[in-house]
Design a protein around this ligand. Structure first.
Ligand code: UDP
Length: 320
């Protein structure tokens, strides 16, 4: 059985759906602080909190767990600058609780949701996995800390793990039952869609003088179902090789904030407000993945590489 910690959230719920579709048995452990019970449509569900080791132990007692996928984390760059304690406590300390219980129960396979934010301001674009990791915000640092802890835990305790360094997760499953639903929402694509639907005053552009083609930040948006597929491939790889490793998950193409706004404008065909604002602290100008390693070693191929398709799936989800 695969334990999906944070499986009621955006990415975890898409991974859960695919795991079950591929014949795996899953159990979701989630405190529903960021996730939604409505997203747990497959597998077993345990309401529990990583802050509470007894609740984690109870789950490991009840189910025979072979591998753990860990999605439960705070992931707002801006918030992490304002309230780093929240990030270090949740993303680092509570992950240690999970790893402790894994050790107690002899569970040695761990798939970790890491991030391109661990790279900081990249020296080279596209960014390969061997690029130095010097995060510039507490969110990125919290994820890098766990990557480093995992390296030590592998050596000392034999916990084999894969760090999946997500670029910008986007889009939604096509059946319309699960999608991106954050409260509060801070991510670009949903906020641009809200602006187009006039659910907010307009989209704020965080910084217009970055050293990019149009002055706005560039990101590599990756469809959530492509992320999900990579998790399954990473798990298979981990179990078959028994080797820890790290992989980037991105499409290898970058889009500026203005380009994303333009795609939404075209889908909707109507104008909406774009408000030029100051920079958001902690934002690197450009993050684009080299995905060669994931393609070569995991035989992973993104299916929704086109940005218009990615945004259309998000649009469909938000307008339902
Ligand atoms: N962004 C923006 N306005 C917003 C939200 C985000 O200009 O209301 C920018 C943000 O500064 C970043 C990019 O959009 O350059 C993607 O931000 P998001 O929060 O979606 O993801 P992140 O890259 O922080 O993980």
């Amino acid at each position: 059985m695969i334990l999906i910690v944070g499986g009621a959230g955006y990415i975890g719920s898409h991974v859960n759906k695919l795991l079950v579709k591929e014949g795996h048995k899953t159990v979701i452990f989630d405190n529903l602080s960021q996730g939604y019970k409505e997203f747990v449509r497959w597998g077993e569900f345990v309401l529990g909190d990583l802050a509470n080791k007894e609740q984690i132990r109870h789950c490991f007692h009840k189910y025979s767990i072979n591998a753990v996928m860990h999605f439960s984390a705070f992931a707002y760059v801006g918030e992490s600058v304002i309230d780093p304690a929240k990030y270090y406590l949740n993303n680092v300390a509570y992950t240690l609780n999970l790893l402790e219980v894994m050790r107690e129960f002899g569970v040695n396979y761990f798939i970790f949701s890491s991030t391109c934010a661990t790279y900081g301001i990249p020296k080279e674009i596209p960014i390969a996995e061997k690029h130095f990791q010097k995060p510039i915000n507490p969110y990125g640092r919290s994820k890098l800390m766990i990557e480093e802890i995992l390296r030590d835990y592998d050596k000392a305790y034999g916990i084999k793990h894969i760090n999946l360094r997500y670029f910008n997760a986007a889009g939604a499953d096509l059946d319309g039952k699960i999608g991106e639903w954050h409260n509060p929402e801070t991510h670009l694509i949903p906020l641009v869609i809200y602006a187009a639907l006039h659910k907010n005053d307009g989209i704020r552009l965080f910084g217009t003088d970055y050293p990019t083609k149009d002055g706005t930040c560039m990101r590599d948006y990756i469809h959530v179902n492509d992320l999900a597929d990579a998790h399954i491939k990473a798990l298979n790889y981990l179990i078959s090789t028994n080797k820890s490793d790290s992989f980037n998950l991105g499409n290898g193409t970058g889009y500026s904030v203005r380009e994303i706004i333009e795609v939404v404008r075209k889908i909707n065909g109507k104008e909406f407000n774009v408000i030029e604002s100051g920079k958001r602290e902690g934002d690197p100008p450009i993050l684009i993945a080299s995905n060669n390693k994931s393609m070569d070693i995991l035989s992973w191929r993104p299916q929704y590489a086109d940005i218009k398709t990615i945004i259309e799936t998000a649009w469909r989800w938000h307008t339902r």
